[in-house]
Every structure is written in structure tokens, then in C-alpha cells.
Design a protein around this ligand. Structure first.
Ligand code: CTP
Length: 403
């Protein structure tokens, strides 16, 4: 993933039972392409060992014993100055207090004082310690100094009590890291709207007309735009996916709801990427009660929905059209010809032509093979790749068009 490549993440691990989850975090960050240097406090080593982290990062993990070695100075200044991010997960109430007061009695706290990169804390603690005014005041102090804090989750704590204090799951931690690493990217200060998923058109209280879209490509595009620093609004039809951390999410079940949401968000936006599979037809009448089989197979009269992309270009005389508008063409034959027609008729800047008849591309699968057609006549064929990689390339091209 581009947002992690060549990024150095300094991961501080402190003495909370959630320290075991930090091994998963270190592993996933390494797999994503980051260079992860871990510092464990003494208390963290009661729960996990440096070897755990060395094994998943392939790099030496550091402890307080390094604070007094020959390389000590080089180590804490070096780690603090070369990192793109210092994350402490889990971060105990004790370490939060030390950071708030600028204490420097462990390798981790010395390094935090020397560090010039952003600081991201994921507090995790039991028994109401998180809600204690002392912890909250210390967190406020750190926030005022620019630290980023991830709210701990509610739920069952190790003591058996229930409350706020659980370390959030790895994907949420990683989502927060991405927001910080990407914030100065190509799309910093740009507003991007992404639509995703297949709309559902109700027929009766139990049934809908829909399609096979899983939303994966659209969600990957929203994540890639966030990685590039954009403010992202994700307008999504119902899907089974978790929205990327940092996206503003608007639910739109039907084509009509998606149209309203897109038009409302378009004014002042820099880019609109319509990855959603929008229904072209909906039942003309919504049955108030469930259609019963005793009545025999019903005749369902359909009516056309509005074309959202066309509406965006014509709404307010085109004045609220985002600067760059991207469509997708889901085709099972005559791929490029149909896509080129849609590029023109929908007045798009780019269309991603998508062959939905191929088993390894299109709906629901993890990979895609798309061809980008640009309004200026350029054509770019992308090979079979993950939807995440395809999303990153598309976002790079959108950023290029925005200049
Ligand atoms: N789209 C839209 N509004 C609709 C239908 C589709 O804005 N009512 C958008 C889709 O989000 C996509 C593009 O138009 O970005 C092309 O969608 P596609 O389903 O391939 O084409 P249609 O315009 O629906 O035409 P057809 O189904 O006849 O191929």
C-alpha cells in the first residue's frame, strides 16, 4: 500500500494486557510495507517479549536496557528523528501521565521527547482509569500539544468489568495511522465524493431489486483518497463492508437517495467518483404489504431512475459540478465502445471500463482489470490487480487532473 511504503513507524508498547494486540498491529504494518521499530517498556515485557516483535517486524525491538548502552544517544535521537510517526499502542495511564509532564525516564519517553514526528496514542486501561479526571486532563494537555488520540472502545475489560478502555481492533488502529501518514498527500485539502455499492429499490416491505455490487472497489477508492489526504464523503448503498476510518459516511439505499446525496455534496467538491452500481429501473409502485404468493406471480411495472452522473453535469446549469467527475462502465460486451459512449454522454473526465463478464474482475472479487478512458482521448489499460492497487492508480490520475 502506497501510504506505508518507505514509512518508518516507531511503535511504543506499554504495560497493558492489550500489549499482545500490538504484535498483530506491528505485523500488519510490516506486511503493508512500513518499517516498524518497536520500543517496549519494562511493564510491556511482563506481557510480551522483544522477540515477539522482532519476529514479526524483522527488526530489532528496543527496551530500556538500550538506554544505557554505547549507542543510547544515537538510538533515542535517531529513532525519534527518522520516524514518520510515533504511535504508542496500547498506551497506559502511567505513560500518558509521563508524556503529559515531559518525563524522560524510559527509552520510550526519552524518544517521545526527542521525536519531531506526529504522536498517535491508543490508550488502553481497565477499571475506570480512562475516565479518571487525571487521565482526561493529561490527555487534554497532550491534545493541545498536537497529539492524536484514538478513543478506546467500550466493552468487556480484562478485570471482568465493562467500560471504556479496550484497545480498538487492528484495522481501526491502522485506519488512524493512514490518516496521519497521508495528510500531506496529493489530495490534501481536496474534497472528494465516492459512491459505492449496489442500490436497492424496494418492491414491498420484504423485497428489493438490486445487483451484485459488493462495494469493494468503491470502498478501496475512498480509502485511497483518504491515503492521499483528501476529505472524503462516502455515499454508500448497503454493503457488508466497514467504511474506512476518517470518511464521512452517508447511507443511500435507493438511486433516488443517492441522487439527492450526490447533488447535495457536489457543490464545492473537487472530485466525484461514481463507483456505485446504481439501479437503472425501480418498481413503479411500492406495495404497502408483502406480496403474497397466493395471488400468483405478480407483473412488476418498472420505471427509469434518474441518471446521477447526467444530473450532476446539468444541475444548477453545471455550476455545482465537481472539477473532476469519474464514472465506471460495467459492461459484459463491447467494453471500450460502450465505455467511450458513456464517457461522452455523461460528460465525464474519466471512465473506468470494467469487464464484468471476467471471473477475476468486476463484482464481488478482490481483483479488477480496468481500462481508463480520458476525455482528452488518452487510454490506459491496467493489468489484473487488486482493487486496492487499482484504486490507488485511479486516485493518482484524479490528483493529476486536479493539478
Ligand atoms: N450511473 C448513474 N446513474 C444511474 C446509473 C448509473 O450515475 N442511474 C453511473 C454509475 O455509477 C457508473 C456509470 O453511471 O459510474 C455507468 O453505469 P453503468 O451501469 O455501467 O451504465 P448505465 O448508465 O446504467 O447504462 P447501461 O446499464 O445501459 O449500461
Amino acid at each position: 500500500m502506497a501510504v506505508f511504503s518507505n514509512k518508518r513507524i516507531l511503535l511504543g508498547v506499554t504495560g497493558s494486557i492489550a500489549a499482545y494486540k500490538a504484535a498483530d498491529l506491528a505485523s500488519k504494518l510490516t506486511q503493508a510495507g512500513a518499517l516498524v521499530d518497536v520500543i517496549l517498556t519494562e511493564a510491556a515485557q511482563k506481557f510480551v517479549t522483544p522477540l515477539t516483535f522482532q519476529s514479526v517486524t524483522g527488526r530489532r525491538a528496543h527496551t530500556d536496557s538500550d538506554l544505557w548502552g554505547n549507542e543510547a544517544h544515537v538510538l533515542h535521537v535517531g529513532l525519534g528523528h527518522t520516524a514518520n510517526l510515533l504511535m504508542i499502542a496500547p498506551c497506559t495511564a502511567n505513560t500518558i501521565a509521563k508524556l503529559a509532564y515531559g518525563q524522560a525516564d524510559t527509552l520510550l519517553t526519552v524518544t517521545a521527547l526527542a521525536a519531531t514526528c506526529p504522536l498517535l496514542l491508543a490508550p488502553a486501561m481497565d477499571g475506570g482509569m480512562y475516565d479518571h479526571p487525571a487521565t482526561q486532563e493529561n490527555l487534554d494537555t497532550l491534545r493541545k500539544r498536537g497529539a492524536h488520540i484514538i478513543e478506546p472502545a467500550d466493552g468487556r475489560l480484562a478485570s471482568g468489568l465493562a467500560g471504556t478502555g479496550r484497545l480498538p481492533e487492528t484495522p481501526e488502529l491502522i485506519g488512524n495511522i493512514r490518516l496521519i501518514l497521508g495528510r500531506d498527500g496529493w489530495l490534501a485539502n481536496r474534497k472528494v465524493i465516492v459512491t459505492a455499492g449496489g442500490t436497492q429499490e424496494p418492491l414491498d416491505p420484504a423485497r428489493v431489486l438490486t445487483n451484485h455490487s459488493s462495494g469493494k472497489q468503491g470502498y478501496a477508492i475512498a480509502q485511497a483518497a483518504l491515503d492521499a489526504g483528501a476529505q472524503v464523503t462516502l455515499i454508500t448503498a448497503p454493503t457488508a463492508l466497514k467504511p474506512p476510518v476518517g470518511a464521512r459516511v452517508m447511507q443511500a439505499q435507493t438511486a433516488r437517495q443517492m441522487l439527492d446525496a450526490v447533488l447535495q455534496e457536489s457543490a464545492g467538491s473537487d472530485a466525484l467518483i461514481m463507483a456505485a452500481a446504481v439501479a437503472d429501473f425501480r418498481p413503479k409502485h411500492l406495495a404497502k404489504d408483502k406480496i403474497k404468493k397466493e395471488g400468483g406471480a405478480p407483473q412488476i411495472e418498472l420505471e427509469a431512475t434518474d441518471d446521477i452522473l447526467k444530473a450532476v453535469s446539468s444541475h444548477n446549469g453545471g455550476k455545482t459540478r465537481p472539477k473532476v467527475v469519474v464514472g465506471f462502465a460495467a459492461e459484459s460486451r463491447n467494453l471500450l465502445e460502450n465505455a467511450a459512449n458513456k464517457l461522452e454522454s455523461k460528460k465525464l473526465d474519466v471512465i473506468a471500463a470494467n469487464d464484468i463478464s471476467a471471473g477475476d474482475a468486476g463484482f464481488a472479487v478482490e481483483t479488477n482489470r480496468i481500462t481508463l478512458l480520458f476525455a482528452d482521448g488518452r487510454e490506459e489499460s491496467l493489468s489484473l490487480m487488486s482493487k486496492i492497487d487499482a484504486a490507488e492508480i485511479l486516485i493518482e490520475r484524479v490528483a493529476g487532473l486536479l493539478g
